[in-house]
Design a protein around this ligand. Structure first.
Ligand code: ADP
Ligand code: MG
Length: 642
């Protein structure tokens, strides 16, 4: 049949899917995922998007609007075993069909695929978020073993049929049954086990749960074959906040964000002043899958006087608020606003700054009203919000108030203002320790001296922390200071007794300097300096960064991204009160062999590296030295040559 068409129409052809689409289809067609209902929402969302795009195009192109207004129709056909989704939107021509339904333009698909590779049973993988990756169309193959897309670009004469059974290829040919005035008909040839979607009541119920707030009316034939509108199709955000119920907000959020969680917070307001606009924004309660994608796309849909304009408009929301979902509808922009104008419009700049203030204020209030909810929010979105600390100097103060941290002395999360309130007498800095694993941080030797003196240290566990701590000087006049960098000033907190006591220790000044000299001599250029530590209490040694050097964790981070290759030389600090070091001192004083001192010095250095989570610098030499030292400890004599 298809081959015949090919010979009749030289323009007919079979094409292979893009490799990524092929793999995606493999997953989707073999999916045993139980919540297949989502296919309908994806296809209706596409149909509604096409209508919105046609409405927008009609502003600059006369006569492009369809007669009788926009609508999406759902047409079940029991006899044929098909469901069609018909729209009078912008439609697609041949090139667009091939580009949109044959290749994966959106960068999210690679990540979508990755998500499944890692899973044990990809067949049962949760596909509910497929739409958020920009590949929602393919969800049709969860319920259909063949999909036909008939489309005609509005104002073009020729219609095209795209068809595929979801394996390697699809066909493209002229003709098909697209609406005469432009638009698209997607026909699903339902799988045997998906025939319940032929029941009109089932479809209606799905529209109610998933598409109630899509801004285009959705119609179905009633018993007498008359068209019946089955959704609200009214822009919820235009209603006064006092008339909208929690349930309606939630349904709207789910429809527009294609999410299944409930929003943690909704912000709905109408700004009436120099610039008039309505905002309906949601803070999700769960982290959307693509929020850490490097394109940092905004999720807010921008409307002008109820006409959809763009859904990726950077100009209304800064990237550090990209986790927000929702709608901004503006009265003060021309409808024929161009892409370029969107980037530079002073109206949008004003809206943006109003929006940012409102959102941050809203979050501040939420932090007070719902501490637990706020902590969950912070776990999910804190790392994104913190990008604002170095990107938006104007909001730094507010963002620092919103920030939460784990700390060496507190359970759960703490705010900076509470840290300040707990600061020790005479403490003039906010101490921080950065690293990727919380577990390792809390057992870091760098903390010992702080812990011994009851001084709190904040843990910085997100990569973004390295950037804002470099950009921000202080909070409330207190600078942020890394405990792994520079000279420790911890002795300022020590009382008289401790000082006296320390003078009595056998590792007095002269013996300490002999010890440091011996270690320095042994390690040579491996370390920048060897000095007595004030930050250690239990561990014998640790590595620190010099005052003007790059912090240990940042260097590790950059190395893992291949941005620096050479590790910089560090300062070795030793705990002069530690029995190990005191014994070394005595050995030096009694003129022990240089080899024994050298072994100990090297082992101390390697030990300090290991505590930092680094590998030993010279594994072969390390094991020889360790063997020798252990041998001495257990009294074994070294092997004699035969
Ligand atoms: P997304 O909607 O996130 O872009 P989809 O996989 O759902 O991803 O759709 C891919 C593309 O196919 C859409 O961006 C759109 O250009 C096109 N498309 C899908 N359905 C329709 C339709 N009914 N009318 C016009 N274009 C459509
Ligand atoms: Mg889509």
């Amino acid at each position: 049949m298809r081959d015949q068409a090919t010979s009749e129409h030289p323009t007919s052809e079979h094409r292979r899917f893009d490799a990524e689409v092929g793999r995606l289809l493999e997953i989707v067609t073999h999916s045993l995922y139980s919540n297949r209902d989502i296919f309908l929402r994806e296809l209706i969302a596409n149909a509604a998007d096409a209508c919105e795009r046609r409405r927008f195009a009609a502003i600059s192109e006369q006569g492009l609007l369809p007669d009788g207004g926009f609508a999406v129709e759902l047409l079940p056909d029991k006899e044929a075993g098909t469901v069609s989704i018909l729209d009078n939107g912008l439609g697609m021509n041949r090139e667009e069909l091939a580009a949109n339904l044959g290749t994966v333009a959106a960068s999210g698909s690679g990540r979508f695929l990755e998500q499944f590779k890692a899973q044990d049973r990809p067949a049962e993988a949760d596909l509910s978020q497929i739409g958020q990756f920009g590949v929602g169309f393919y969800s049709a193959f969860m319920v259909a073993d063949r999909v036909t897309v008939d489309s005609r670009r509005a104002s073009e004469a020729e219609g095209w049929r795209w068809q595929s059974s979801g394996t390697e290829s699809y066909s493209l040919e002229p003709g098909g049954e697209a609406p005469a005035a432009g638009g698209t008909r997607v026909t699903l040839h339902l799988k045997e086990d998906a025939r319940d979607y032929l029941e009109p009541f089932r479809l209606k119920q799905l529209v109610k749960t998933h598409c109630e707030h899509i801004g285009i009316k959705i119609e179905m034939p009633d018993e007498d074959g008359k068209k019946e509108t089955v959704n609200q199709a009214a822009p919820l955000w235009r209603r006064p906040a006092s008339e909208v119920t929690e349930e309606q907000y939630r349904a709207f959020y789910r429809d527009t964000a294609r999410a299944f969680d409930a929003p943690w917070r909704s912000l709905h307001w109408k700004a009436e002043g120099a610039i008039e606009y309505t905002g309906l924004l949601f803070v999700p309660s769960e982290r959307p899958p693509t929020v850490f994608h490097p394109d940092r796309r905004s999720q807010i849909r921008l409307y002008v006087k109820q006409v959809f304009i763009a859904d990726d408009c950077q100009a209304i929301i800064p990237p550090y608020l990209r986790f927000l979902q929702g709608v901004v509808d503006c009265e003060d922009l021309p409808l024929n606003v161009s892409r370029e104008l969107l980037q530079t419009s002073p109206v949008l700049t004003k809206i943006k700054s109003g929006l940012v203030k409102r959102v941050l204020r809203g979050l501040g209030k939420a932090a007070g009203d719902d501490k637990e909810g706020y902590e969950r929010f912070w776990e999910a979105f804190g790392p994104i919000l913190k990008e604002g600390l170095y990107e938006d100097a104007g909001q730094r103060r507010e963002l620092l108030e919103l920030a939460r941290f784990r700390s060496s002395t507190q359970e759960g999360l703490t705010a900076l203002k509470d840290y300040i309130a707990r600061m020790k007498e005479g403490q003039d800095a906010i101490y921080t320790l950065s690293g990727t694993e919380l577990e390792r941080l809390s057992s870091s030797p760098h903390l010992e001296g702080f812990r011994a003196r009851g001084i709190e240290v904040l843990y910085l566990t997100d990569p973004v922390d390295e950037f804002w701590t470099a950009a921000i000087v202080d909070y409330e006049g207190k600078p942020f200071r890394s405990v792994t960098r520079g000279q420790s000033d911890l002795d300022r907190f020590d009382g008289k007794e401790q000082e006296e006591e320390s003078e009595e220790t056998p590792a007095g000044d002269s013996s300490a300097s002999a010890l440091l000299a011996a270690i320095r001599l042994a390690l040579g250029g491996k370390v920048k300096e060897v000095r007595v530590s004030k930050r250690l209490a239990e561990s014998p040694a640790c590595l620190v960064a010099g005052e003007s050097d790059i912090d240990l964790n940042l260097e590790r981070l950059l190395r893992s991204h291949g941005q620096v290759h050479e590790a910089s030389t560090r300062i070795l600090e030793v705990n002069a009160k530690h029995p190990l070091l005191q014994t070394m001192s005595r050995q030096i004083a009694s003129g022990a062999k240089a080899g024994a001192i050298e072994d100990s010095a090297w082992l101390l250095f390697e030990l300090a590296r290991v505590m930092e989570g680094e590998a030993v610098s010279d594994p072969a030499a390390f094991s020889q030295r360790l063997t020798r030292v252990m041998g001495r400890a257990v009294g074994a004599s070294p092997p004699q040559p035969e």
